[in-house]
Design a protein around this ligand. Structure first.
Ligand code: FES
Length: 502
């Protein structure tokens, strides 16, 4: 039997990263943190996640070879989405070397001189990529945990901490210092002519980085006037870079819809297509955008926190130690832990699966109540769900489904008119779309739903090739709606909290 603590070496090119990982760790668990996308959601048929073996091999080479042959790739390629690390291995990730995949098509760009850095400032994680602007090639990637998490993992505690002058200053410095640290790591030992840095993030991250007052974001009607792209020189930020480097934190769309969502819109291509498209970001605020190249409506729902682990008894974000998927195998509960280690808690994708499994095995009724007088629902490795966790999930899924329904109604369309749905968000790559539809989180046929991975990062890369950071053209087509203000919202919301498919 494999020892979970036995380590092997994983070397990733062209990043030159060497990591010690537990034997049996799915490769996907590791490389998604570096911004690698899984266009078909890890189903093994698109080949977008292909990796080239430079030494060593992954588990089950024969199965890979058959798929690789069908995809017309050379025999030294494997698919990252189905690869498990079982020995020392060196691999190359072509996706980081070639054009960016978005919407299953190639992102087109006008080549520019020099290099740029795209940074996704997430509430939990920060990802920074160094890009060659003449080819759009990813040269290096750095990721880290947002150091502000020490003042609370959820967005509300960050806002509360930022309400005092000292707290705001502290959070501003923490995020600026961390972004600069990642930038210096990206540039270390490389002789590159850095031209531009684009940062994206939710409105709170935008405000904290810029040092803007977060009080308006803490209370009704949650409106702020600081919704502009902010441009800095290196000197403004006390960063030791050439002063000619253009540094931009891209503007939020509206008070609670950040530039991470704007970047997602661009990455999904929904602003370019006449077909009705939806973008759902299951990050902090559970933002939804519905529309096409003529008009887009967006709203934030209260769906985010539960899927990020907040308010869930054993909830955590999608990182090592989180149960990321749960299923029933021969009536027994089976689960996967990110990083192939002992479970420490459960992340959003695991929560979705766990609720689906407990509905299937009769531990929950269609109203979400625990039956047979159980006090808690055991998943394994001492991780369990409580009745309150299930209720939190129902509130989140009700808010999400109601939000989507209201936006579609406002456009005088129906859910069936939507041709594509893109799911973005930290745990998007792990999410089981069948459960998402069956639980009624997204009431749209599964075949129309696609995982977009870190859409904020893809969009930030694309924004490196832009000049106009007012985004006037695209923003003029986007309208923000406050769901609370919709007279039908409460009724629709209550209706959508039930599990009608079970
Ligand atoms: S084959 Fe499509 S993501 Fe791996």
């Amino acid at each position: 039997m494999q020892n979970k603590n036995e380590k092997v070496k994983l070397r990733i090119e062209p990043l030159g990263k060497e990591l010690n990982v537990n034997i049996g760790t799915p490769l996907k668990d590791i490389i998604f943190e570096y911004g690698v996308e899984f266009p078909c959601g890890g189903k093994g048929y698109c080949g977008g996640c292909k990796i080239k073996l430079l030494s060593g091999d992954v588990k089950d080479p024969q199965k890979h070879k058959e798929l690789i042959y069908k995809l017309g790739l050379d025999s030294d390629y494997r698919l990252a989405c189905i690869s498990e690390i079982v020995e020392d291995i060196t691999l190359e990730i072509p996706q980081l070397e070639s054009l960016i995949l978005a919407d299953n098509s190639v992102f087109t760009f006008t080549p520019l001189e020099g290099f740029g850095i795209a940074i996704d400032v997430g509430t939990t994680t920060i990802v920074a990529q160094l890009i060659n602007l003449s080819t759009s090639q990813v040269i290096d990637v750095q990721t880290s945990r947002n150091p502000q998490t020490r003042s609370g993992s959820d967005i509300m505690s960050r806002i509360m901490h930022g309400l005092t002058k000292e707290g705001l200053e502290e959070l501003k410095n923490l995020i600026r210092d961390e972004a600069y640290r990642l930038i210096t790591l990206l540039l270390e030992g490389k002789n590159v002519d850095l031209k531009k840095i684009v940062l994206v993030g939710n409105s709170v991250m935008h405000h904290l980085f810029c040092g803007y007052d977060v009080k308006p974001l803490s209370m009704y009607p949650f409106e702020t006037t600081n919704n502009e792209s902010k441009e800095y020189s290196a000197k403004d930020l006390s960063w030791e870079l050439k002063n000619s480097v253009q540094i931009i934190f891209a503007r939020p769309i509206a008070s609670f819809i950040g530039s991470d969502i704007f970047a997602g819109i661009i990455a999904s291509g929904m602003d370019k297509t006449p077909h009705l498209t939806a973008l759902i970001d299951l990050g902090t605020n559970g933002e939804i955008v519905v529309g096409n190249n003529e008009k887009m409506l967006c709203a934030s729902t209260a769906a985010g926190p539960a899927f990020e682990g907040a308010n869930i008894h054993m909830g955590m974000s999608a990182m090592s130690g989180a149960i990321s998927s749960v299923n029933l195998a021969d009536s027994q509960i089976d689960y996967h832990v990110i990083g192939n280690q002992e479970a420490l808690g459960i992340c959003g994708s695991g929560l979705i699966d766990a609720v689906a499994v407990f509905l299937q095995n009769g531990s929950l009724d269609a109203g979400g109540a625990l039956i047979r007088e159980k006090e808690q629902l055991e998943i394994g490795d001492r991780v369990y769900l409580t009745q309150k966790d299930v209720r939190e999930f129902q509130l989140a899924k009700g808010a999400l489904a109601a939000g989507l329904q209201i936006l579609v109604n406002k456009l005088d369309k129906s859910l069936a008119d939507i041709t594509r749905v893109f799911i973005a968000g930290g745990f998007g790559n792990f999410i089981n779309l069948k459960n998402v539809t069956q639980l009624g989180m997204v009431e749209i046929d599964e075949y129309k739903i696609h995982k977009l991975g870190n859409s904020a990062l893809i969009g930030a890369k694309m924004l490196l090739f832009t000049d106009d950071y007012s985004f006037e053209n695209t923003l003029s087509k986007i309208e923000h709606l406050s769901l609370d203000a919709d007279e039908n919202f409460q009724d629709v919301f209550v209706d959508k909290m039930f599990f009608n498919n079970y």
